[in-house]
Design a protein around this ligand. Structure first.
Ligand code: RIB
Length: 324
C-alpha cells in the first residue's frame, strides 16, 4: 500500500507558442483547467498503475476543490485523509509551449497548512510513504519520523527544486528520486558529487544519511539508479510529446507502485519510465496518466542496463531496496 502525503492543485493551463522570459508576456488562445499538484498526480499515477493508494492532504473551501479531487475520486484513491480547510485550494498557473516544455507558478493555498499529525494510524507497517517538496519542510520531516515509527519506507521526490531543506530531507529518506538539477542542488549543499552517475553511487554508498537507493531522472535520456549492488539505467522510448507536465509525477507514482508490489529494481525503473513517457503524450498532468496495461506493454520494450558495482557481489543481495 502507498500513502501519498503531498499537494493537491488545480492547474490553469495556457498553451503558448513560446514560454515567456522574465518581464515578457506570452499570449495563448484560451486556457484549460486540469486537476494537478505533485502529490495528487503521483497518487493518481500509482493508483492507475495498480497500487492501493491513500492520500493525506488538504483542499480549500473554494470552487477549485471539487475539480482538483475529481480524478482521484474516480480512480478509487482513498481520500479519507484529505481535509477541507477554510481557505484556497492550491493552484498552478502553467504555460506549455509547442515543444511540450512548460513553466509553472504555484500558489500553495492550503497545501501550506497540511500536517504530518494527520498521518497517525495511516501508515501500515511495510507500506510506502511517497512525498514531494510542495508541502512544508517541517511537516515532511515529521512525516518521515512518523514513517520510521510505523515501519514504513520513505520515498522522497525532491521536486520542485529550491527548498533549502531538501538535502536534509533527502538524507533522512530511504529512497530519493531527483532530476538532474535537483541532484546537483542536493550534492552541492552536502559537498558530494552531483553528476547523475556519481550522485546515485554516492547515495548507494551511504553518504547521503539513511538514503540507500537513489534515482535520477534524465528527461528524454531516461533514468539512472543505484542500489548499492548495481548501477541501472533505462532509456526513454520515443513518443510524440504534447505536454511534459506531470511526466516526473507519472514516473514516481508508477515506480512506487512497482516497488510496492515487489518488482525487481530494473523492472520497476522501466515501468516508471514507460509511465512517464506515456504521460507526455496528452495534455494535463493527470489526464495523461496511463493504466497498468499500457505501461506494461511499453515497459516490455525498454532495455534495462545493469552493471555490477563489485564483480563478486552475491546475486541474492540484488535489489533488496527494490522490494519495499
Ligand atoms: O509536476 C506537475 C505539477 O506541478 C502540476 O500538476 C502543478 O500543479 C505543479 O504542482
Amino acid at each position: 500500500m502507498i500513502t501519498v502525503f503531498g499537494s493537491i492543485n488545480l492547474d490553469l493551463v495556457a498553451v503558448v507558442e513560446r514560454l515567456p522570459l522574465p518581464g515578457e508576456t506570452a499570449a495563448g488562445p484560451d486556457h484549460q483547467n486540469f486537476p494537478g499538484g505533485k502529490g495528487a498526480n503521483q497518487a493518481l499515477a500509482a493508483r492507475r498503475a495498480g497500487a492501493d493508494v491513500a492520500m493525506t492532504a488538504a483542499v480549500g473551501t473554494d470552487v477549485f476543490a471539487a475539480p482538483a479531487l475529481a480524478n482521484l475520486e474516480a480512480a478509487g484513491v482513498d481520500l479519507s485523509g484529505v481535509r477541507r480547510l477554510d481557505g484556497a485550494t492550491g493552484i498552478a498557473m502553467i504555460g506549455v509551449e509547442a515543444s511540450g516544455e512548460n513553466l509553472i507558478i504555484v500558489a500553495s493555498g492550503v497545501n501550506a497548512r497540511v500536517s504530518a499529525s494527520w498521518l497517525k494510524g495511516k501508515l501500515p507497517q511495510g507500506s510506502l510513504l511517497l512525498m514531494q517538496m510542495e508541502t512544508p519542510a517541517a511537516e515532511i520531516r515529521a512525516a518521515i519520523a512518523a514513517a520510521r515509527e510505523a515501519g514504513a519506507t520513505v520515498i522522497l521526490n525532491t521536486a520542485p527544486a529550491g527548498d533549502p531543506a531538501v538535502s536534509e530531507l533527502a538524507s533522512l529518506s530511504d529512497i530519493v528520486i531527483a532530476n538532474e538539477s535537483e541532484a546537483m542542488e542536493i550534492a552541492a549543499k552536502l559537498g558530494l558529487p552531483g553528476e547523475p552517475e556519481a550522485f546515485v553511487r554516492t547515495v548507494a554508498e551511504g553518504r547521503l544519511g539513511s538514503a540507500r537507493l537513489a534515482v535520477v531522472t534524465l528527461g528524454a535520456k531516461g533514468v539512472i539508479a543505484h542500489d548499492g549492488t548495481a548501477l541501472y539505467s533505462v532509456p526513454t522510448p520515443k513518443v510524440r510529446v504534447v505536454d511534459t507536465t506531470g511526466a516526473g509525477d507519472a514516473f514516481c507514482g508508477a515506480f512506487a507502485a512497482a516497488l510496492d508490489r515487489g518488482d525487481e529494481l530494473g523492472a520497476a525503473l522501466a515501468f516508471g519510465v514507460a509511465a512517464g513517457s506515456l504521460a507526455c503524450t496528452a495534455n494535463g498532468a493527470q489526464g495523461s496518466a496511463p493504466d497498468a496495461a499500457a505501461i506494461r506493454q511499453l515497459a516490455a520494450t525498454l532495455p534495462i542496463s545493469r552493471s555490477l558495482l563489485h564483480a563478486n557481489t552475491a546475486p541474492e543481495a540484488e535489489n533488496s531496496l527494490g522490494k519495499a
